[in-house]
Design a protein around this ligand. Structure first.
Ligand SMILES: *[C@@H]1O[C@H](CO)[C@@H](O)[C@H](O)[C@H]1NC(C)=O
Ligand SMILES: *[C@@H]1O[C@H](CO)[C@@H](O)[C@H](O)[C@H]1NC(C)=O
Ligand SMILES: *[C@@H]1O[C@H](CO)[C@@H](O)[C@H](O)[C@H]1NC(C)=O
Ligand SMILES: *[C@@H]1O[C@H](CO)[C@@H](O)[C@H](O)[C@H]1NC(C)=O
Ligand SMILES: *[C@@H]1O[C@H](CO)[C@@H](O)[C@H](O)[C@H]1NC(C)=O
Length: 395
């Protein structure tokens, strides 16, 4: 780097005065690394050119200050370095102010596989608030309680809700035990299976789910159970389905993916985002030439088919797994180093940078975003945005 580039780099990367955890890394500061530059070998290496210690807010565009405020904080609220207890299926239950989630099924530190189910647990955000108040500053370590559920739920991976007061969980299945979609009543823990086959055929490993205001339930199916050695070889394409909870009819609305994963509608429900984690190969290793891409589709009025697929965002680190939107239409993806935030035009505004895989996240009102980062749960507080908790409106 020349002296001029260095000064630009340093100017652009100083901590933002308005928030002590904000670190600006404007694209102009790294657009040219030069002949002697340090390049990343893969998209599975972290991108932290300022070498700040996580967690912090990494700011790529000044519009990120419309999302974080001067008093926003990003901190760990529960951790266990020996157990990937906080993987996916984050669902905030307003009545109890708890977030439900599941552990990593079949992955590193997941304590699960062909011989052992993963776990569903919950954390009280009231307990988090009390611990934060007691601590004053910094991170806290609030316990998360395992929830005992019927063993029809095997290798839970995705969730949404509350939908008519219940949580919808997507379960991948294990060995010969089928994948299924189930309702869990958060008051009684009662489990009701909604669907476990496509006209008699097993799904590969049901992954994630969203409800449309029409009442139709949309979900993805991808063979991660096979890639993670706890399900047989795939027998059906990796694709997106629609389920009618009244007639129980199921149909395909989109295909052509490598590994379809998280999905979420835009606030007006006219479009939908579907993440493809093709690059995350599990037993076949990661492959940077495969998609780490969020696709956008139009939702056809009436039939609700997903059409006009185009690239919304390609992720620079890891791949977006879970995706959510806020009421302004900004898109949040759980990626390899934290949660990435794009505006509705696909411009990367910033990251909730935690320095490790953060597969999924959920808004929890009051400017709170809960981030599942495998061996830790983080919270971003004091945000200027609120989530589109779409299922909450489907009473
Ligand atoms: C790159 O490094 C080499 C060896 O240290 C040096 O001779 C050269 O001037 C450097 N090039 C630039 C553009 O800084
Ligand atoms: C947090 O507490 C749990 C026990 O509830 C413990 O297993 C874990 O190691 C603690 N985390 C840290 C970072 O000490
Ligand atoms: C408060 O937070 C600090 C910084 O993370 C931590 O070192 C300390 O153990 C916490 N204290 C309590 C009581 O949790
Ligand atoms: C529990 O769910 C089952 C279906 O799995 C249903 O038949 C039963 O009525 C439910 N029980 C309660 C107490 O909600
Ligand atoms: C990565 O994926 C591409 C496309 O499927 C394939 O051709 C290539 O062999 C893969 N590379 C590795 C290292 O597996």
């Amino acid at each position: 780097m020349t002296l001029a580039t260095w000064s630009l780099f340093i100017l652009a990367s100083v901590a933002h005065a308005k928030n002590p955890q904000a670190v600006q890394v404007l694209p102009a500061s790294f657009a040219v690394l030069g002949q002697n530059g340090t390049f990343r070998a893969t998209g599975f290496d972290m991108f932290n050119p300022t070498n700040n210690t996580p967690p912090f807010f990494q700011v790529f565009d000044s519009d990120f200050y419309d999302i974080i405020s001067s008093h926003s904080k990003l901190f760990s609220v529960s951790s266990d370095p020996t157990f990937a207890f906080a993987h996916e299926a984050p669902v905030w239950v307003p009545e109890s102010d708890e977030v439900w989630f599941c552990s990593n099924g079949g992955g590193g530190l997941g304590r699960s596989g062909i011989d052992a189910n993963n776990q569903v647990a919950k954390i009280s955000l009231k307990a988090v608030a009390a611990a934060v108040k007691a601590n004053g500053t910094g991170s806290v370590n609030v316990t998360h309680a395992k929830v005992e559920l019927a063993d029809s739920m095997q290798m839970t991976n995705g969730g949404t809700g509350p939908y008519k007061g219940q949580i919808i969980f997507m379960n991948q299945g294990r060995g010969a035990l089928p994948a299924n979609m189930a309702l869990v009543d958060p008051k009684t823990n009662n489990v009701t299976t909604l669907l476990d086959n496509f006209y008699g055929r097993q799904f590969n490993a049901l992954n994630d789910v969203r409800v449309h205001p029409s009442g139709q339930i949309f979900f993805t199916d991808v063979p991660y159970g096979y890639y993670q050695n706890f399900k047989p070889e795939p027998t059906i394409p990796a694709q997106v389905y629609r389920f009618d909870p009244k007639t129980k009819a199921v149909r395909v609305v989109a295909d052509g993916f490598n590994k379809p994963n998280g999905l979420t509608f835009t606030p007006d429900y006219k479009s939908v985002y579907v993440a493809d984690t093709g690059a995350l190969g599990a037993k076949w290793a990661n492959n940077g030439t495969l998609p780490a891409t969020i696709y956008k589709f139009d939702v056809t009025p009436g039939t609700l088919e997903f059409v006009n697929r185009r690239v919304f965002a390609y992720v620079d680190t890891g791949a977006a797994d879970g995706v959510v939107v806020d009421t302004k239409g900004n898109v949040y993806g759980g990626c390899g180093d934290g949660v990435h935030v794009w505006n509705s035009h696909g411009v990367l505004l910033g990251k909730f940078y935690v320095g490790g895989n953060s597969a999924n996240m959920a808004f929890a009102s009051d400017g709170r975003l809960v981030i599942l980062a495998e061996t830790a749960i983080y919270m971003a507080s004091g945000l200027k945005v609120e989530g589109m908790n779409m299922e909450v409106i489907t009473k």
